[in-house]
Design a protein around this ligand. Structure first.
Ligand SMILES: *Cc1c(COP(=O)(O)O)cnc(C)c1O
Length: 374
């Protein structure tokens, strides 16, 4: 912790009076036989917002990913390819189903998994590729979709950080076979904890529904009859009610974050030696987490930036450590991932929230500028 009080928190949830009223009303009315009503509504509306056929609301995005992997039949002896730069939530379910994670390098510009490295890592045991849209940046889903289709692999999108990110107008999460989203307290839509798995594959969805409800088949007539051992990953009705309330103003929540990223872009855009989230012309960026990378020529490292910003009261955060550098996965790399390591040493997350005010923005801009001219 820094000695200076944090003047600009790295994020703040945007909870409206309507969200709170929705929660209050749901607690009173969505009980007994009505408990599923807001959940089904949230699933249907979220799926249509993403542009897929089905959604299944879960207690977390991590649980959603666990369901997806289990429903795809991935297990011991199988390999799942993902980027070394990822939050641990993306890999933990791979380990939970008994499969082996295979970490590959990121693209240095998009910070997302590099499809060339994916192709090199495919073996006869590979079953799936997880593409994470890191910090709202859009992963190379076109080439990954071609590659996985050709090789008979599943493409799973981890879109936890990418609500509002669209490629050619099409929302991420609709390019792969299945995708997962998070409504954790830090994310663009926030129910405190919560997630959603979406897909247009009806059979996969049916399978996930059974697995999410203790292995109970909805067509089974007997009560309390598990046909297999599943999980308990269902969302609480009150959280679905909050999610629905936020989904009704999702474009406003996204626009708030885009305003923050664009503010940083116009403030730092002229500076050489730094890079903000990549957004090519065919991408609309959801702007969940503005991230600033210092190129080698600046001589500024993540640690310099963290110290300086923290002294200025700015709540910056380190970007994800390469998973292969963390205790559960040391020694697990089959090929070096220099871009993941360089990114980790040279980039930080800047504060962002939908309702961030001008003073807070000015404070961050000033702190970064003074770091650059030290
Ligand atoms: C937040 C996040 C998750 C996990 O979401 P939870 O809802 O906390 O389980 C997974 N993947 C990525 C990339 C995330 O940012």
């Amino acid at each position: 912790m820094s000695a200076t009080a944090e003047r600009v928190p790295y994020t703040q949830a945007s909870v409206s009076r309507d969200d709170a009223i929705a929660a209050y009303e749901s607690i009173l009315s969505d009980v007994g036989p009505n408990y599923a009503a807001p959940i089904r509504r949230f699933e249907d509306r979220f799926a249509s917002f993403i542009g897929v056929d089905f959604g299944l609301a879960t207690s977390s995005c991590t649980g959603a990913l666990h369901l997806a992997l289990a429903a795809l039949g991935i297990g011991p002896g199988d390999e799942v390819i993902l980027a070394d730069t990822n939050w641990v939530a993306t890999v933990a379910p791979v380990v939970h189903v008994g499969a082996r994670p295979v970490f590959v390098d990121i693209d240095p510009i998009s910070w997302c998994i590099d499809p060339v490295r994916v192709e090199e890592a495919i073996t006869p045991r590979t079953r799936a590729v997880i593409a994470t849209h890191i910090y709202g940046n859009v992963a190379a889903v076109d080439s990954l979709a071609c590659l996985t289709r050709d090789r008979g692999l599943a493409l799973i999108e981890d879109a936890a950080e990418a609500i509002g990110s669209r490629l050619r107008g099409q929302h991420v999460g609709s390019f792969g076979d299945v995708a997962v989203f998070s409504f954790h307290g830090t994310k663009t839509i926030s129910t405190g904890e919560g997630g959603m798995v979406v897909s247009s594959d009806a059979r996969l969805m049916d399978r996930m529904r059974i697995l999410a409800d203790h292995g109970r088949d909805p067509s089974e007539e007997r009560q309390f009859w598990p046909s297999e051992i599943g999980f308990k990953y269902k969302m609480a009705p009150v959280l679905a009610a909050v999610g629905l309330s936020q989904l009704a103003r999702v474009e406003e929540l996204i626009a708030g974050r885009q305003r923050v990223l664009e503010h940083y872009r116009s403030a730092f855009g002229e500076q050489s030696g730094i890079r903000l989230n990549h957004a090519p012309s065919d991408v609309e960026h959801g702007a969940w987490m503005p991230t600033l990378e210092f190129l080698e020529e600046t001589g500024i490292t993540r640690d310099d930036a963290m110290r300086h910003l923290s002294d200025a009261g700015v709540g910056a955060r380190v970007v994800f450590w390469p998973l292969s550098s963390t205790p559960p996965f040391t020694g697990m790399l089959h090929a070096p991932t220099p871009n993941s390591y360089r990114f980790s040493r040279s980039a930080v997350n800047l504060p962002s929230s939908s309702n961030m005010d001008e003073d807070a923005l000015a404070c961050v801009v000033e702190a970064v500028r003074s770091l650059m001219i030290r």
